[in-house]
Design a protein around this ligand. Structure first.
Ligand SMILES: [Zn+2]
Length: 482
């Protein structure tokens, strides 16, 4: 018989899974999952049909949506919707639960040592809190102290108290800087506010509100508007590249004076989709307070909903053919992604792209067409290269129009133009010890792979007497390079 403890306030799902393991002497997530399946009576259902989050919600006897809303990072990932009528229900798509539901947004597990002490006093145990797992969050807002963190995939299987003496610690210097910068706090208030918003803010509304405000403040809101400063540059300046690297290293290292597509183009110039934290960064930069930003977005959303006529109809005339082709290149030939980039409905975008002779491309189709056009292979060889049948390749070739070759060249030959967030690996948020240097000459490691992090850790080395870990006193290992 499995013992299932009650969920604790703001407890993150993965930590809850680990705590169920602790109560039952299980030290492996797979084993805990199997026991949970037996417990909720879903053994007969395939694993694919019952995501871990569904098992946890059932075991905790809590409504799935409430569980997702209060115990996962999904609300923080999905702060804008691509459709006006989309609401929080769309989180519960099983594919989303499988792909992103349990995924962390940082590479380490974070905790507050003061909260650990209080939780042991109040709940009899410590646990992993969701608020501390947001990238960029370096301090506990309740205690105004630096967080501790553990760079291990298995950290969630043990309580934070287990790591009090061995964890890395966010240094006082970082805490002081975070507390002195009002924008950082505003950023988290806005991010949380948007995460709680139901229905989510529609991406087109967010773009319009930000565009108007940015234009009024003198920032560039169109590609090629070189006489005005980029908002992305101002964001790097105000937030500081060192802190930004703990949220999104790629923005922290942007070239000054150059457009940063995820902010300046996808959100400001189009009604496209970008990553959640970019919306919160923009809002924190453009508005003086979190309330002002949230009110502006909610009010615009209400008036947008009240408007008659479909958004698609309004936007068809706004999006030019060349913008649509640009989106097609950025989206690597995907019709649905192109639609998101320009803020059109998928059907509308697909019809217009087909009309321009730009067919929807799978990865295999891209390989085959590249082999055919640029490597001068035969139809047979080209089809084989991308895993298509000759008939499928011929069918694609029949759909191709004059704009295609120029677009295709850019998709394949200039992958950097595709932009972050649409294709390729997204760099992860860095942990403080992965950054080195001071004000001048900060060095960043991008997209650190686990191996690199491990190597880095072994170079730093843990302080003497760091193990075996105990529960008290509340003093963390000072493991940062000085
Ligand atoms: Zn705390």
């Amino acid at each position: 018989m499995l013992v299932v403890p009650a969920l604790l306030p703001d407890e993150i799902a993965r930590g809850y899974l680990g705590r169920i393991g602790q109560y039952n002497g299980l030290l492996d997530e797979v084993q805990i999952g199997m026991m949970l399946r037996r417990f909720v009576g879903s053994e007969a259902v395939s694993r694919r049909e019952h995501a871990a989050l569904e098992l946890l919600a059932s075991a905790a006897q809590i409504d799935l949506l409430a569980f997702l809303r209060h115990h996962t990072l999904l609300p923080y990932r999905k702060i804008v919707s691509l459709h006006r009528d989309q609401d929080a229900q769309s989180w519960s798509h099983r594919s989303l639960l499988w792909s992103q539901g349990m995924k962390a947004l940082r590479t380490a597990a974070y905790f507050c040592p003061e909260c650990v002490g209080e939780d042991i006093d109040f709940h009899g145990q410590s646990y992993w809190r969701r608020q501390h797992q947001l990238p960029g969050q370096l301090l506990c807002v309740k205690h105004n102290c630096g967080l501790g963190y553990v760079d291990s995939d298995n950290a969630w299987l043990k309580p934070p108290s287990f790591f009090l003496e061995t964890a890395f610690e966010v240094r006082d210097e970082w805490v002081r800087l975070a507390m002195q910068n009002p924008l950082q706090q505003r950023f988290f208030e806005i991010w949380s506010g948007l995460a709680e918003q139901t229905p989510s803010i529609y991406s087109g509304v967010a773009s319009r509100v930000f565009r108007e405000k940015a234009r009024a403040l003198g920032f560039a809101t169109r590609p090629g508007q070189t006489d005005r400063p980029w908002l992305s540059d101002r964001i790097v300046e105000s937030f500081g590249s060192q802190w930004l690297a703990t949220l999104c290293p790629i923005l922290a290292a942007k070239v000054p004076g150059a457009e940063f597509p995820s902010i300046d183009r996808h959100i400001l110039a189009k009604n496209g989709k970008s990553l959640a934290h970019y919306y919160a960064l923009i809002a924190a930069q453009l508005f003086d307070t979190a309330d002002e930003a949230l009110l502006a977005l909610v009010a615009a959303q209400s008036s947008d909903f009240g408007r008659t006529g479909s958004v698609d109809q309004c936007q068809v005339t706004e999006v030019t053919d060349s913008e649509l082709i640009e989106a097609y290149v950025m989206a690597g030939g995907s019709h649905s992604k192109s639609a998101r980039v320009v803020g059109l409905g998928e059907r509308t975008a697909a019809l217009r792209l087909k009309g321009l002779g730009l067919p929807a491309l799978s990865k295999g189709a891209l390989v085959s067409l590249h082999a055919f056009y640029f490597e001068q292979n035969s139809i047979d060889e080209s089809a084989k290269a991308g895993g298509l049948t000759v008939e499928q390749l011929l069918d694609l070739l029949r759909q191709i129009g004059v704009s295609f070759i120029r677009a295709m060249k850019r998709i394949v030959m200039v992958p950097s133009e595709i932009g972050p967030g649409s294709r390729g690996q997204r760099p992860k948020a860095l942990n403080p010890h992965e950054l080195s240097g001071s004000e001048a000459g900060i060095k960043f490691k991008f997209a650190p792979q686990k191996k690199c992090v491990r190597r880095h850790l072994s170079q730093i080395g843990l302080p003497e007497g760091a193990s075996p870990p105990g529960k008290y006193p509340f003093k963390l290992a000072q493991a940062f390079p000085r």
